[in-house]
Design a protein around this ligand. Structure first.
Ligand code: SF4
Length: 492
C-alpha cells in the first residue's frame, strides 16, 4: 500500500490511522501531485484557495475505491488539516473494509490526557464523550473508561501539585531468567554464561550511577517520592545483589518522603522468600507478581518458564512477607488463549483480591512475530476485545476501577492497557509517568530519564539499551547525568 501526499505533511498521523485497518502492512510513501494510476494507495491532497482549505482523501484498496472530501477555513493549520485528513481516511477505510475502532482515530499513547484537558475546560462526562465522538469517533464505552480513569487520578494529581520539587526514581534491571516468546523488550536472558558475567559489573556501575545521580538531584533540591524497580525482572538478581542496590539507594537519596516503593518481581520463577524478605526489609512496600494467564497451556505456548502453581506459591509468599500492595499483570490476546480461559484468569485473580490487576493487550507486532510461521491474519481474529470487555465487567463487579491507561503502537484491535485498582492501592508512579506530570529519573541500562520543568516542557535522556554497552561506556553514562543539571539550570 502506497500513501501519497500532495500539499500536506501528515505522514505520521495518517499512517497510524491506516494501521488500524491494515496492521500487518508495510507502507510506501510518496510526495507527488498526481493520483497514482494503479495498485493499492491512499492519496491525500490539501489545497488552499482564497476562501477555503480543501481536503481530499482517495483510497484504492482490494479492488474498491472511496473518496472523501472536506472544507476548512483558509487559516486552518497543519494540525487541523492533519486531523481532518485522518477522519476522512478513517471514513473511507471503514467503508471499504467494514472495520471500525472503538478508539476511532485517537491513536496516541495517552488518551486520558485529552480527557484531563477537557475536564480542565469545565466539560462534564457527556460533553467529553460528545467531543471525543465528534472529533475522534471514540465510542461512548471508551469515553467512559477514559473519564473514569481521569476521575480516579484527580486526587493524586492534585496532591502531587502541592508536593513541590519531587521526582520518580526508576531503577532498571534489564535481565530476565529466560526470554518469553512474545517479548519485544530488550531484556537479556540471564541463562547464558556471557550474560551472567555482565551482572556483577552492572551492579557496581549501577551503584556508582546512583551515587552520581543523587548528588545532582540533591544539589537541585529534588527528592524522590516514588521508587520503582523495573525491567526485565529485577528479582533475577539474588537477595544479596538486590540488597546491595537498595542499600546504596537508601544511603545516597533522602528517601524520607517516599510514598511508594515498588519492585517488579514479575516472573514467579524468580521469586523466593529470601528475596521478598530482603526487598521488604529495605523499604519496598509494593510488588508486582505477574502470571500473564492462569492457563498452563497458554504459558507453555508463550514460553513463560513457570506454571500457574508457581504463581500462586509466589503470591502466597508475598502475602506472608507482608507487602502493603500486590499488583498482578495479565495479557489479553495471547496466542491460543480464549475468552473463556481469560475469564477464568480474571476470576482466579479477583479471588486473591490483589490491590491492583493490570490488563495489557498483546501488541500486533509481538503476536505477528509469534504467528510468523503460520497465518498472520490469526492476529486479526484475536478475541482480545471480548477479553478486555469481560475483564472490565468482572473487575468492576469485584470492586476494581480503572486508574491509569496507556496504549502502545500496533495493539491488537487498537485496544489499550489498563490498571484496575481497589481504592487505596493506586500506584502513584504509574499515574505520574503516564500523564507526564513529574520528572522520572532513571538509572541503569534500557531506561530513559524524562525531565519536565514547571512549564511542562519535556526532555528525554536516553541511556544505553544493552547492559554490555552500559558497562563498556560507563564513563559516558556518568557524564550524561550532567544533562539533568543543565536542563534545570537552563530553565531557571
Ligand atoms: S518477563 Fe517480561 S521482560 Fe522478561 S522476557 Fe518475559 S516479557 Fe520480556
Amino acid at each position: 500500500m502506497k500513501l501519497c501526499y500532495s500539499g500536506c505533511a501528515c505522514k505520521y498521523e495518517t499512517e497510524a490511522v491506516m494501521k488500524l485497518f491494515l496492521p500487518a502492512q508495510k507502507f510506501g510513501f510518496a510526495y507527488e501531485e498526481a493520483l497514482p494510476r494503479e495498485g493499492d494507495f491512499a492519496f491525500f491532497r490539501r489545497r488552499v484557495t482564497g476562501r477555503h482549505t480543501l481536503l481530499w482523501v482517495i483510497v484504492s484498496y482490494d479492488g474498491g475505491r472511496r473518496r472523501a472530501a472536506s472544507r476548512l477555513s483558509p487559516e486552518a493549520d497543519e494540525k487541523e488539516c492533519g486531523e481532518e485528513l485522518c477522519r476522512l481516511l478513517y471514513k473511507a477505510m471503514s467503508a471499504l473494509t467494514g472495520i471500525t475502532s472503538e478508539w476511532g482515530v485517537l491513536t496516541g499513547v495517552r488518551p486520558v490526557k485529552q480527557v484531563h484537558r477537557l475536564m480542565a475546560q469545565g466539560l462534564g462526562r457527556d460533553e467529553i464523550a460528545e467531543r471525543l465522538a465528534e472529533r475522534y469517533f471514540v465510542s461512548w464505552k471508551k469515553s467512559r473508561l477514559a473519564c473514569d480513569t481521569a476521575a480516579a487520578q484527580k486526587p493524586m494529581l492534585e496532591a502531587l501539585a502541592k508536593r513541590g520539587n519531587t521526582f520518580g526514581l526508576y531503577v532498571s534491571v534489564p535481565f530476565c531468567p529466560t526470554r518469553c516468546s512474545y517479548c519485544s523488550f530488550i531484556s537479556q536472558s540471564a541463562q547464558g554464561a556471557a550474560v551472567k558475567k555482565l551482572i556483577p559489573p552492572y551492579i557496581e556501575n549501577l551503584c556508582e550511577e546512583i551515587r552520581r545521580t543523587a548528588g545532582i538531584t540533591e544539589a537541585l533540591g529534588m527528592k524522590p517520592d516514588t521508587v520503582y524497580f523495573g525491567g526485565g525482572t529485577p528479582t533475577t538478581f539474588t537477595a544479596a545483589q538486590l540488597t546491595r542496590i537498595m542499600e546504596t539507594l537508601a544511603k545516597c537519596f533522602d528517601l524520607s518522603g517516599v510514598l511508594e516503593y515498588t519492585v517488579e518481581a514479575g516472573r514467579p520463577d524468580t521469586i523466593t522468600e529470601e528475596k521478598l524478605a530482603a526487598i521488604k526489609a529495605h523499604g519496598c512496600d509494593r510488588v508486582s507478581i505477574n502470571p500473564q494467564t492462569l492457563n498452563d497451556d497458554v504459558l507453555r505456548e508463550i514460553g513463560r518458564a513457570h506454571t500457574t502453581e508457581q504463581f500462586f506459591e509466589s503470591y502466597a509468599l508475598a502475602e506472608k512477607v507482608g507487602f502493603r500492595s500486590i499488583n498482578c499483570d495479565v495479557i489479553a490476546g495471547l496466542p491460543t488463549d480464549t475468552a473463556e480461559s481469560f475469564a477464568r484468569t480474571i476470576d482466579g485473580l479477583t479471588a486473591l483480591s490483589p490491590g491492583s490487576i493490570t490488563v495489557h493487550t498483546l501488541s500486533i507486532k509481538r503476536s505477528a512475530r509469534l504467528n510468523s510461521e503460520g497465518d498472520k491474519r490469526a492476529v486479526m481474529r484475536s478475541p482480545a476485545g471480548e477479553m478486555t470487555d469481560l475483564a472490565a465487567d468482572k473487575l468492576r463487579v469485584g470492586g476494581y476501577h480503572p486508574y491509569y491507561m496507556y496504549r502502545q503502537k500496533n495493539m491488537v484491535e487498537n485496544l489499550e492497557n489498563i490498571g484496575w485498582v481497589r481504592d487505596g492501592h493506586e500506584s502513584l508512579y504509574n499515574i505520574y509517568i503516564m500523564e507526564e506530570v513529574q520528572p522520572i529519573i532513571a538509572v541503569g541500562a534500557a531506561a530513559s530519564t524524562k525531565l519536565i520543568d514547571r512549564k511542562g516542557r519535556l526532555e528525554r535522556i536516553f541511556g544505553y539499551k544493552y547492559p554490555h554497552d552500559y558497562n563498556e561506556h560507563f564513563d559516558t553514562v556518568l557524564k550524561r547525568k550532567d544533562e539533568i543539571r543543565d536542563f534545570y539550570a537552563e530553565k531557571k
